[in-house]
Design a protein around this ligand. Structure first.
Ligand code: ADP
Ligand code: MG
Length: 313
C-alpha cells in the first residue's frame, strides 16, 4: 500500500472528526482536494486559522504522490485498461475495442438517440468476462429499467438474475445528490466491490434545470467541473469506465452544419476523454460519431437498437 492510500483527511494535523465533517460538507473529501486548495478557502471551509490551513495543505501535498511518471510507466498502465464491448462490431471497431476503463466517455444527442440504452447495455456487458464485476448506475431522469437489463443479459447469454444483482442503482434527486452519490463510489470500491463501470444518466439534466439564467452559469460550470473531476479521479484511481450522457440544445444562430450543441460546454467536453455524438438515422437506425478522442480517428458507425442489444445496421 502506498502512503497515498494509507492516509486520509483525518490524518492531517489539526483535523479531528468534526473538522473532517465540515471539510467533507464543503467538498474536501480527499487529500487531493485539500492539496490544491487555496489557504483562505480551506480556512473558511474548515473553520480554522490560515496558519493551520497552510499546514494542512502542506501535509496533504507531502502525503500525496504528486510526482511525475515516465512514459514507460504510463504505457504499462495502459496495459491494465479493459475495453468494454457493446457487442456491435461497428461500434466496437469505432472505439478500437470498446469503452475504455480509466476514462470518461460521453454520449451526447437528442432525446431518443440511444444514450440510455447504451448505459444499460454497458451495465450488462461489463459483466460479460467477469461475473464479479459491478456496475453503478446513477439515474437522474428515472429512466433506469431493470427489464432492459434482463433483456440485454439474455441477449449476451448471461444469467439475468446474477447480472441484475451486480447493477447498483441510485436515483439522484438533484445535482448535489448526484455529486454525493458519485463520491460514494470510492467507498464501494474500498468495501471490496469490483466496480468496473459508473453510469451517470444524465450528467447535465439537473445542472441545467437548477441553474437557469445567465447569472448562474459560472456557478453551474464550477460545480459541473468539480463533479467531472470526481469522475475522472474514480476512472483513474480504480481503473473503471465512466459513461456519462448529455443532452443537446438548439443553436438558434447556426445556419450551416449541425444546429445543435452539447450542454455543459467546454467543461464537459474537455473533461471527457472520448465523446460520441448520437443521432437518429434513416429507417430507425442510429448513427454514432466519435468526435473527440486522444488516440483514435473521428469515425462514424450505424447501428440498430434491438431487444437483445445493439447490432450493425
Ligand atoms: P435517450 O438518448 O433519450 O436516452 P434512449 O436510450 O432511451 O434515448 O432510446 C430510446 C429508444 O431506444 C426508443 O425510442 C427505441 O427506439 C429504442 N428501444 C428502447 N427499448 C427498446 C427495445 N426493447 N427494443 C428495441 N428498441 C428499443
Ligand atoms: Mg435517456
Amino acid at each position: 500500500m502506498t502512503k497515498e492510500e494509507s492516509m486520509d483527511v483525518t490524518d492531517l494535523p489539526g483535523v479531528g472528526a468534526a473538522t473532517a465533517d465540515k471539510l467533507a460538507a464543503a467538498g474536501y473529501s480527499d487529500l487531493l482536494s485539500i492539496a490544491v486548495s487555496s489557504i483562505s478557502q480551506l480556512a473558511d471551509a474548515a473553520g480554522v486559522s490560515e496558519s493551520v490551513a497552510r499546514k494542512m495543505i502542506q501535509a496533504s501535498r507531502d502525503g500525496l504522490n504528486m510526482g511525475f511518471q515516465t512514459g514507460a510507466d504510463l504505457l504499462k498502465k495502459r496495459d491494465t485498461i479493459v475495453k468494454l464491448k457493446t457487442g456491435c462490431s461497428n461500434f466496437d471497431t469505432m472505439l478500437e475495442g470498446g469503452f475504455e476503463t480509466g476514462a470518461i466517455t460521453e454520449c451526447f444527442g437528442q432525446y431518443g438517440s440511444g444514450k440510455t440504452q447504451i448505459g444499460h447495455l454497458l451495465a450488462v456487458m461489463c459483466q460479460k468476462d467477469d461475473p464479479d464485476a459491478v456496475a453503478v448506475y446513477i439515474d437522474t431522469e428515472n429512466t433506469f429499467r431493470p427489464e432492459r437489463i434482463v433483456q440485454f443479459a439474455k441477449g449476451a447469454g448471461l444469467d439475468p438474475e446474477q447480472v441484475l444483482g451486480n447493477v447498483k442503482v441510485a436515483r439522484a434527486f438533484n445535482s448535489d445528490h448526484q455529486m454525493l452519490l458519485s463520491e460514494k463510489v470510492a467507498d464501494l470500491v474500498k468495501e471490496g466491490m469490483k466496480v468496473k463501470l459508473v453510469v451517470i444518466d444524465s450528467l447535465t439534466a439537473h445542472f441545467r434545470a437548477e441553474f437557469v439564467g445567465r447569472g448562474t452559469l459560472a456557478e453551474r460550470q464550477q460545480k459541473l467541473n468539480k463533479h467531472m473531476h470526481t469522475l475522472a479521479m474514480l476512472a483513474d484511481k480504480f481503473n473503471l469506465c465512466v459513461y456519462v450522457t448529455n443532452q443537446v440544445m438548439a443553436k438558434p444562430d447556426q445556419f450551416f452544419g449541425d444546429p445543435t450543441e452539447a450542454i455543459g460546454g467546454h467543461i464537459v467536453g474537455h473533461n471527457s476523454t472520448f465523446r460520441i455524438y448520437l443521432r437518429k438515422g434513416k429507417k430507425n437506425t442510429r448513427v454514432a460519431k466519435l468526435v473527440d478522442s486522444p488516440n483514435l480517428p473521428d469515425t462514424e458507425c450505424i447501428f440498430n437498437i434491438t431487444e437483445a442489444g445493439i447490432e450493425d445496421a
